[in-house]
Design a protein around this ligand. Structure first.
Ligand code: G3H
Ligand code: ZN
Length: 282
């Protein structure tokens, strides 16, 4: 069934598990995530980023409806989340399109503007029962420098600032910078586990790890033990998918029916989903 992200996060936190959230780009992603979750017998979040919506010509309702339909057809509980939203207009469509949660990403803004924009998004979301994740991103950047990407390796979230940010914005979950970075195709990231523990102590809401594709299994497990709850995975699915497509087309250069190469690619992606779910469930 389609359930709410807030419910899955609360259940995972209570059980001491991680909750994996996987990025959907194509229909095959949604199907693979659902299949992997069914195989693992574990709940998961299907998340669609603003970039993915843009890829589909801005047709949020088309991609959301298809993804939600896949989720509704499953035995395991699955939730629908709108990821890395920077455009307020898109945020305002989320509720009507069946998303129970959004990640509002003002992390590129200076601290004060991030707080103001995020508090506004949280107010809007809470009036509609939408769970809101946000990110505290400009960490360590000196005045006058261009804003740092929150998930560049080396960037860190300060616990005292994180506590103030959560209090000032009212967010339901906080994405933090602890050593992971987006779009890694090798699992070589090393996390700052002592910082995760300090953040968990400083911040009352669940913590979110972005860029988990680059984080080794044992580092993910340790991060969950230290207090991370929502574990976002995107690139690892694309690596599995594209590797399978490439292998198939290399072996079958005259194939034209996309189902011939999408089927093994979707299956490879489902395997990766099931593997991540086994890791976050301990
Ligand atoms: O919000 C999405 C995630 O942070 C995915 O990051 O593609 O590096 O796994 P990743
Ligand atoms: Zn992310």
């Amino acid at each position: 069934p389609l359930v709410s992200t807030g419910q899955l996060v609360r259940e995972a936190r209570r059980a001491g598990h991680g909750l994996a959230a996987f990025n959907v780009i194509t229909l095959e992603h949604a199907e693979a995530i659902a299949a992997g979750a069914e195989r693992a017998g574990a709940p998961a979040v299907l998340q669609i980023s603003e970039n993915a919506v843009r890829f589909h010509g801005g047709r949020l309702s088309a991609v959301a409806a298809a993804t939600a339909a896949v989720a509704r057809s499953c035995e395991v509980p699955l939730a629908l989340h709108l990821d890395h939203v920077v455009t307020v207009d898109l945020l305002r469509q989320a509720h009507a399109e069946g998303f129970s949660s959004v990640m509002f990403d003002a992390s590129k803004l200076p601290y004060g503007e991030n707080v103001k924009a995020t508090a506004e998004a949280v107010r809007w979301g809470h009036e509609r029962g939408v769970w809101v994740e946000a990110e505290l991103g400009k960490v360590g950047g000196k005045e006058g420098e261009p804003p740092l990407d929150a998930h560049a390796p080396g960037v860190r979230t300060d616990p005292a600032e994180a506590a103030a940010y959560v209090a000032d914005t009212g967010v339901d979950a906080l994405a933090v910078a602890v050593g992971s970075s987006h779009a890694m195709t090798e699992r070589t990231a090393s996390l700052d586990h002592a910082l995760i523990t300090r953040l968990r102590t400083a911040v009352p809401v669940p913590l979110v790890l972005h860029g988990s594709s680059g984080v080794p299994d044992e580092e993910i497990r340790a991060a969950i033990t230290a207090g991370m709850v929502k574990i976002n995975v995107g690139t690892a699915l694309n690596t599995a998918f594209t590797t399978a497509v490439r292998a198939f087309l290399t072996d079958h250069p005259s194939t034209v029916d996309p189902r011939k190469y999408l089927a093994p690619a979707r299956e490879a992606m489902a395997g990766t989903v099931a593997d991540f779910l086994a890791v976050v469930r301990g």
